[in-house]
Design a protein around this ligand. Structure first.
Ligand code: DAH
Length: 344
């Protein structure tokens, strides 16, 4: 069938590489010249019945123009090669190509901003490992033995060892910090956390958190409120409203979640805040005295507050990004948008 011959030929033409004079000439001989296959095809076309001509005609014409286009481009390339061979002298006065400059990842930009806000009010950076034992991630934080978050679904255990796991929150650093330091402690911990969740626009198996705490004599809930107010206004702007909602975490009592007025619609309601006018940004509360005792601290003498938030969430609100997966896809087109933003 002629239509099959045309399809096979099209593939052959597509695959033919034109990279120098010799390959250009071979291409010309095989496809363009009077003795080439295309001319032969036009010859056999003449003897087709009229209905056949109607079907084959356009395909044949299309093939011909593809061949001509490829030949033309190839000829241009060969011509440019010849030209550069004759003119290729080094001009040392020409400016050089600058090195490709990378840029900070949006999560890093937001993370640095969060750190600098808390550093301004006396918080130090605390560090902790990503692989921790059950005690640091759960036990010392009052997660009861049968708490659902300990189940295999949520936690990645290492080599089937129930006492070696990828931390599910940076709150684990609160414990290691309290074990190694004495109050007053004003610390934030930043880093990657892991949860065994299906990857979608809204959840991922790894993400980033910031956890903070202040432990001293006489720390109260109003200290927590003041700190969070300061952070929200520095991060999202003075006009941002916030509200505390009662909540529950095993390691804080009382516990709260903090919502801010939606930046996008200024509280009027839009798709980002799901028409509520508010978006949740963090969890917080007064550190449960038993957590302090777990770290061998005198819970009669000291009290403290803690808070924790997801960096992706803050970055998504800040840049109006609606898909969490974009942060880890390494798409240059996405990342290049942040080249100019060294700070948020
Ligand atoms: N660890 C909590 C989570 O991952 C967040 C959190 C809530 C951290 C309250 C805190 C806190 O330090 O006080 O969901």
């Amino acid at each position: 069938m002629m239509i099959d011959t045309i399809a096979a030929l099209r593939q052959k033409i597509e695959n033919a590489a034109i990279c120098d004079e010799e390959t250009l000439e071979t291409f010309r001989r095989d496809f363009i010249s009077k003795k080439g296959v295309i001319t032969a095809l036009f010859e056999s076309f003449k003897s087709l019945p009229i209905e056949g001509k109607r079907v084959i005609g356009p395909a044949l014409q299309h093939l011909k123009s593809e061949v001509e286009k490829k030949f033309k481009n190839g000829a241009k390339l060969v011509e440019a090669q010849a030209l550069s061979r004759t003119t290729q002298k080094m001009d040392v006065t020409l400016p050089s190509f600058g090195p490709e400059v990378g840029s900070l990842h949006p999560l890093r930009i937001v993370q640095d901003k969060i750190i600098s806000i808390f550093e301004r009010i006396g918080f130090n950076l605390a560090e902790g490992p990503e692989i921790v034992g059950d005690w640091h991630n759960f036990g010392a934080l009052n997660f009861a033995e049968n708490h659902p978050a300990r189940e295999m679904q949520d936690t990645f255990f290492i080599q089937r060892n129930p006492d070696k796991l990828l931390r599910t929150h940076t709150t684990s650093v609160q414990i290691s910090t309290c074990e190694s330091q004495k109050p007053p402690i004003r610390a934030i911990a930043v880093g990657r956390v892991f949860r065994n969740e299906a990857i979608s626009a809204r959840s991922h198996c790894f993400f980033h958190q910031v956890d903070g705490m202040y432990i001293n004599t006489g720390v109260t809930f109003s200290d927590l409120k003041e700190t969070i107010y300061y952070f929200v206004q520095a991060m999202f702007g003075k006009e941002t409203k916030l509200r505390f909602r009662a909540s529950y975490f095993p390691f804080t009592e009382p516990s709260a979640e903090v919502d801010i007025s939606c930046k996008l619609c200024r509280g009027k309601g839009c798709h980002v805040c799901k028409y509520a006018g508010w978006v949740e940004i963090l969890g917080a509360g007064m550190i449960d005295p038993s957590v302090l005792m777990n770290c061998k601290m005198d819970a009669e003498k000291y009290s403290g507050f803690a808070f924790g938030m997801g960096i992706e969430r803050i970055a998504m609100l800040h840049y109006e990004i609606d898909d969490l997966r974009l942060f880890s896809k390494n798409h240059l087109a996405f990342l290049r948008q942040f080249t100019a933003c060294m700070s948020v």
